[in-house]
Structures are given as structure tokens and as C-alpha cells.
Ligand binder design. Structure first.
Ligand code: SF4
Length: 261
């Protein structure tokens, strides 16, 4: 297993198939993972592997680090296509998330006006009004839903503490379609139990949920790096394409669909 952590507040830029040249922002500890999920495929590893570091960057540190990096990129004539909050866990857990979003948008407007702001989130904090309203200001809120069946979410994402899929779906509906739904498909064996979030039953439930939340964009992907759980299998690109065809059959609202295999 060779999972990885991001050791700086600003990382990259990386060439992303989905977002172009993307500059990363890590609001989580530099040497630890902090998430209220513990996904069996998480590229950062297990939560339990990184309990030693709980220090979060301050709002001021994030602003200073991003300003410095954008100024450097501006002088080099190589500004990013996207500024993306991801990193070592769930970015909306940062207590100053809303203020940081305001700062980052102001910096983007001043130094890299063509860059899109993006947040990768597991959608568990949408009930927090400050988080919800901050995500409304973002060009591309990307919200995870790996299954519409709660028992599968519990197996794949291992939510820590209180979790209700009905509540998550209700919160996603508040976006009125102005978000990207992101689903990772995989199969395998975990703790001796087989699972597969691409079975006919899973896809039927998932498509029903897609129709309820009507995202303007849907990203289908699968594992492509080392994972903390062993015995996980990625889906073939043809399988992701077959799911995309099923979306096409119900997609009356014109969502765009991206596949990243
Ligand atoms: S939500 Fe993201 S950061 Fe959190 S455990 Fe899952 S993959 Fe890792």
C-alpha cells in the first residue's frame, strides 16, 4: 500500500483529466488525514494511520500561501484552470471554511480571474448553513455519492458518526442542480464480504437518486491509485460507459456526463 498525503497547504498544479491544470488547496493537517468518512479506496489511507497531526492551517495561512503561489504562477505566465479544495480529508470540516472560500474567491478574482473554484466534498456537512452558502459561491461544488443504498455507503465510505442517506439527498436537492455529482464505482471484498456498487440493483437505486437531485454534471470514475483496503477492483471503461448510457436514457434535464476510467 502506498497511499499519500499532501504536506503543504497549496499543492500542484496537477494536470487533471476532469479540471485541467488544477492547483490544490489542502485545509486539513499537513501530516495527517482528517475525514468523517474512511473510504476503503481513500488515496490518503485510513484515518487511523494518521492520528498524530490534528493542526489545521489558519485562514490567514491559506490566504498567504495561495496569494504567493498565484503571484508566482502569474509571473511565470502559467495560471491554473482550476483552484481545487481537496487534500488530506474533507475540506468542509475546517471551522473557517466559509471565510476561506471568500478569501480564495477574492484572490482568484484578482490574480487568476479565468480559474474555476472547485470543492471536492463528501456532502456530509451540507446541513451546516455556512458550508452550504459557501458552496453556493463556488464555480464547481463536486459532491460525492458512491451509492444510493445506505448499507453500501456504510461499507464503501464508512461514515463516522451520524449518517443518513435520505438527509444527504435532501441537502443535495437544495442545490437545485447547480453541482457536480461524483460517483466512484468499484467492487471487491472487504472484511470478508463481497460488494459491488455497479450491480443492476445498485444502478437502479442510484439512477432514481440522480433523477431526484438532477445535477448539472455527473462524474463517473473508478479507482486508479493504491488503496488502503486490498482486494478492490476497478471497473473497466466499458462498464462506466454502460452506466453513462443508462443515464442518457433518463437525462431529461441535460446533465453532462464525464467518465474517468
Ligand atoms: S471522503 Fe475523500 S478524503 Fe474522506 S475518506 Fe473518502 S476519499 Fe478519503
Amino acid at each position: 500500500m502506498a497511499t499519500l498525503l499532501f504536506h503543504n497547504i497549496i499543492f500542484g498544479p496537477v494536470q487533471s483529466r476532469r479540471l485541467g491544470v488544477s492547483l490544490g488547496v489542502n485545509l486539513l493537517p499537513a501530516h495527517g488525514k482528517w475525514c468523517n468518512f474512511d473510504c476503503i479506496y481513500c488515496e490518503c489511507g485510513w484515518n487511523a494511520d494518521h492520528r498524530n497531526d490534528r493542526r489545521l492551517p489558519t485562514r490567514e495561512q491559506v490566504s498567504e500561501a495561495l496569494q504567493e503561489k498565484l503571484q508566482y504562477m502569474q509571473q511565470a505566465g502559467a495560471l491554473p484552470d482550476a483552484i481545487t479544495f481537496s487534500g488530506n480529508g474533507e475540506p468542509t470540516l475546517h471551522p473557517q471554511f466559509a471565510g476561506i472560500i471568500d478569501d480564495v474567491i477574492a484572490l482568484r478574482n484578482r490574480l487568476a480571474p479565468l480559474a474555476k473554484t472547485c470543492v471536492l466534498s463528501n456532502a456530509t456537512n451540507l446541513h451546516n448553513d455556512a458550508v452550504f452558502h459557501a458552496l453556493q459561491k463556488i464555480d464547481k461544488p463536486i459532491l460525492k455519492l458512491d451509492s444510493a443504498i445506505e448499507s453500501s455507503v456504510r461499507r464503501i465510505n464508512q461514515p463516522q458518526g451520524d449518517y443518513s442517506i435520505a438527509r444527504i439527498i435532501g441537502q443535495m436537492q437544495r442545490f437545485e442542480g447547480k453541482f457536480t455529482l461524483q460517483t466512484l464505482f468499484l467492487r471487491g471484498v472487504f472484511h470478508g464480504e463481497k460488494f459491488d456498487n455497479s450491480t443492476t440493483g445498485e444502478i437502479e437505486e442510484w439512477l432514481n437518486t440522480v433523477q431526484l437531485v438532477r445535477p448539472r454534471e455527473i462524474m463517473l470514475y473508478t479507482i486508479h491509485r493504491d488503496t488502503p483496503a486490498q482486494s478492490l477492483q476497478k471497473l473497466a471503461k466499458e462498464e462506466l460507459r454502460a452506466i453513462a448510457q443508462k443515464i442518457a436514457a433518463i437525462n431529461t434535464w441535460g446533465a453532462s456526463v464525464q467518465i474517468s476510467g
